[in-house]
Design a protein around this ligand. Sequence first.
Ligand SMILES: Cc1cc2nc3c(=O)[nH]c(=O)nc-3n(C[C@H](O)[C@H](O)[C@H](O)COP(=O)(O)O)c2cc1C
Length: 188
Amino acid sequence: MNETIRTILERRSIRTYKTDIPDEKIVGQILEAGRYAPSAMNQQSWHFTVIRDRTLLEALDIACKKVFLESDVEALREVAARPDFSVFYQAPVLVIVSGDNTALAPRYDCTLAMENMLLAAASLDISSCWMHSIMMLYSTEKGKAVFRDLGITFPERHEPYAAAVFGYSAVALPDAEPRKEGDVTFIG
Ligand SMILES: Cc1cc2nc3c(=O)[nH]c(=O)nc-3n(C[C@H](O)[C@H](O)[C@H](O)COP(=O)(O)O)c2cc1C
């Protein structure tokens, strides 16, 4: 198996992190991989916001947890109600990819950039986990105010389309959950 395929198959969402922050060079390589994602008409509609401030991460974690607790989705409410639940799993770095909402396909541009980053991180022994709560938080006016109050701003016309935490795993990498079968149709 070649290294790229191996990285894709072995990347896992990790939910327990060490406090160590990956150094600038490693974070830079991960961001560079994001920039080299394909984008509609090569508009590169993304912007990368990297948050490493522990106090800020904790404040955002609390705001996201509140969104889960107030969600219509019972499973989310249950998870968030656990006393030891932390939305960001104490990971030391959060990256939010925002996209220009006047671009052709910012959601896809940003999602592809993030997938590149998750894979690049895995290849560098940095673990990651997608954070949907960021987009949930930003989807309400109250949530947008949380970002403003914390001083987390995005470029004009931008909104967050992808977010993930990164850091060193504090646990052994788990095996993948089995993938579904029967999800391919060949025609011809
Ligand atoms: C759109 C999307 C939203 C996700 N949101 C979260 C999240 O908020 N918290 C979390 O722990 N994992 C989240 N995940 C990670 C998935 O749970 C994970 O990818 C899935 O269980 C498969 O596991 P694997 O990534 O280890 O292969 C999300 C993944 C995607 C693609």
